[in-house]
Design a protein around this ligand. Structure first.
Ligand SMILES: Cc1cc2nc3c(=O)[nH]c(=O)nc-3n(C[C@H](O)[C@H](O)[C@H](O)COP(=O)(O)OP(=O)(O)OC[C@H]3O[C@@H](n4cnc5c(N)ncnc54)[C@H](O)[C@@H]3O)c2cc1C
Length: 400
C-alpha cells in the first residue's frame, strides 16, 4: 500500500493527527493500529469515564507537565487546540460534557467510548483510512519518504507521523515500539520510565487501612536529607503504600529510598491549646479531621494511649506527636511498574522536535505526537488534552 501520510497508532493523538491531515484533502492518509480496535488505552482512561481535559485557562495547564522546559514545549500545541476547542469539537458532534468540582472534565455519559466513536467517525468522514490489526515492525527512511515493515507487508509513505504512545499498560498495545522507531531514525530518548504511579512503602504498617484518604495534604519528597519537591493534594492509603493525585503527580520525581513526608496536620494548624481541657488525646486530635482508625493506629505505633487525658500528656509525647502528624515519614521501597503506571515519563528528546509543527528536526517529513514525546502531564485530563492538541498540530503541519 502506498499512501501520502501514514500515522502509526490509533490512540487519541494518532486519531487527531489523522483527522487533521485528512482534512487537507490533498492525498491519502492512513492510520495504522496493531489492535482490532483503536484507542484501547483511551477507553480505560478515567476508569472508563475519560477525564478528557481540565477547566480553566489554558495558560494554567502549562504548570502541569513537570518543569518549565516542558511547559515551553507544550504551549503552542495547547494554544492552537485548547480545552475550549476540544470540548467544542465533541459537543458539535453530539457529546455534552460535565465539569466536576475539582475542575476535571468528562463526557456527560461518563463513557470514553462516546468520545472515541467520534474521533473514529470523524477520521472516516474526512476521508482518512483506519487500518487495524496492522503491527508496524520497523521504520526506515528512504529517498521517497518512509518504508514501513508490517505484519501485512511493506508500505511506503511520503510523510510519517509516529503516535505510538508510551510504554505503560502494555496490554493496550502501547509497548514502546515508537521509542525504538525514533532511535532507528536517529533520535535520542530520555530514558522512558513509569509515571503517575502509586508508591510501595517499606515496612508499611497501614495495609489493613487501605482506602483511607487525606484530603489536600501537603507532601514533601526528601533525598539524601535534602528537600527535593513539594506538592499538595489528596493522598490515598493502599494495601502496599500510597496513591492519590498528590502522590501520582510527584511520582515522576521519586526514586526508591526517597522519604515522603505527608502532613496529616499542617504545621501552622498544630496548636498547643489542643492539650488543654478534659478531653482524651484521641478526641483532641480528631478535630483535625483525621480518620479515627488511622489516628488510633498512629498512637498505637508510637506507644501512646489514645484515651489518656490530654492534660496528662507529657512534653516529649507532645513533641513526638507534632513531628509525626505534621510530616509522617514513608520510605519508598519501589514505584509501581509498567502495569500500574498511567503514563510514561521520558521519550523523544524535545530539543529534536519543532514544537510549532511537531516535525522532527533530524528527519524531514517525520512527525511525533502524544505520549511518545518526553511529555507527561499530571492527573486531571492533561495527558489526553496534550495527546489531542499535539496530534492536531502534527496533522495540520504535514504538507504533501
Ligand atoms: C488506566 C489509565 C487511565 C488514564 N486516565 C487518564 C485520564 O483520565 N485523563 C488523561 O488525560 N489521561 C489518562 N491516561 C493517560 C492517557 O490515556 C494517555 O496519555 C493517552 O492515551 C496517550 O495518547 P497517545 O495517543 O499518545 O497514545 P496511546 O493512547 O497509548 O495510543 C497509542 C496507540 O498506538 C498503537 N501502537 C503502538 N505501537 C504500534 C505499532 N508498532 N504498530 C501499530 N500500532 C501501534 C497502540 O496499540 C495504541 O493504540 C490514563 C492512562 C491509563 C493507563
Amino acid at each position: 500500500m502506498n499512501v501520502d501520510v501514514f500515522v502509526v497508532g490509533a490512540g487519541p493523538s494518532g486519531l487527531a493527527a489523522g483527522i487533521a491531515s485528512a482534512r487537507n484533502r490533498r492525498g491519502t492518509v492512513c492510520v495504522l493500529e496493531r489492535n482490532t480496535e483503536s484507542g484501547c488505552k483511551f477507553l480505560l482512561s478515567g476508569s472508563g469515564q475519560c477525564n478528557v481535559t481540565h477547566s480553566g485557562q489554558i495558560a494554567d495547564f502549562l504548570n502541569h507537565y513537570g518543569n518549565t522546559k516542558k511547559a515551553r514545549f507544550v504551549k503552542p500545541a495547547l494554544l492552537s487546540f485548547d480545552n475550549i476547542a476540544l470540548t467544542h469539537f465533541f459537543e458539535q458532534r453530539g457529546v455534552p460534557f460535565l465539569k466536576r468540582e475539582d475542575g476535571k472534565i468528562f463526557p456527560k455519559s461518563l463513557k470514553s467510548k462516546d468520545l472515541l466513536n467520534i474521533l473514529v467517525a470523524e477520521l472516516k468522514e474526512q476521508g482518512g483510512i483506519l487500518q487495524t490489526e496492522t503491527v508496524v515492525k520497523n521504520v526506515a527512511k528512504i529517498n521517497t519518504g518512509f518504508l514501513l515493515t508490517t505484519n501485512r507487508g511493506e508500505f511506503c509513505a511520503e510523510k510519517l507521523i509516529l503516535a505510538t504512545g508510551g510504554q505503560s499498560y502494555p496490554s493496550t498495545g502501547s509497548q514502546g515500539d515508537g521509542f525504538r522507531f525514533a532511535k532507528q531514525l536517529g533520535h535520542q530518548l530520555v530514558e522512558p520510565k513509569p509515571a503517575l504511579t502509586p508508591v510501595i512503602v517499606r515496612n508499611y504498617p497501614f495495609a489493613d487501612l487501605s482506602g483511607i484518604s487525606f484530603w489536600s495534604a501537603k507532601i514533601e519528597i526528601h533525598r539524601n536529607r535534602k528537600r527535593l519537591k513539594v506538592g499538595q493534594g489528596d493522598v490515598l492509603l493502599t494495601h502496599r503504600g500510597l496513591s492519590g493525585p498528590a502522590i501520582l503527580n510527584l511520582s515522576r520525581d521519586m526514586k526508591p529510598n526517597d522519604k515522603i513526608l505527608v502532613a496529616l496536620i499542617e504545621p501552622e494548624k498544630w496548636v498547643s491549646e489542643i492539650f488543654t481541657g478534659k478531653r482524651t488525646l484521641k478526641n483532641a486530635l480528631q478535630q483535625f479531621g483525621i480518620a479515627e482508625r488511622f489516628l488510633v493506629r498512629i498512637l498505637e505505633l508510637f506507644d501512646i494511649v489514645p484515651d489518656q487525658p490530654v492534660a496528662e500528656t507529657n512534653r516529649e509525647t507532645r513533641k513526638r506527636l507534632e513531628l509525626v502528624l505534621t510530616g509522617y515519614p514513608f520510605i519508598i521501597e519501589s514505584l509501581g511498574g509498567w502495569n500500574e503506571a498511567m503514563v510514561t515519563s521520558g521519550g523523544v528528546v524535545l530539543e529534536e522536535v519543532n514544537r510549532q509543527t511537531m516535525e522532527s528536526r533530524i528527519v524531514s517529513g517525520l512527525y511525533f505526537c502524544g505520549e511518545l514525546l518526553d511529555i507527561d502531564g499530571n492527573t486531571g485530563g492533561y495527558n489526553i488534552q496534550f495527546a489531542i492538541s499535539s496530534g492536531f498540530t502534527a496533522g495540520n503541519s504535514v504538507h504533501y
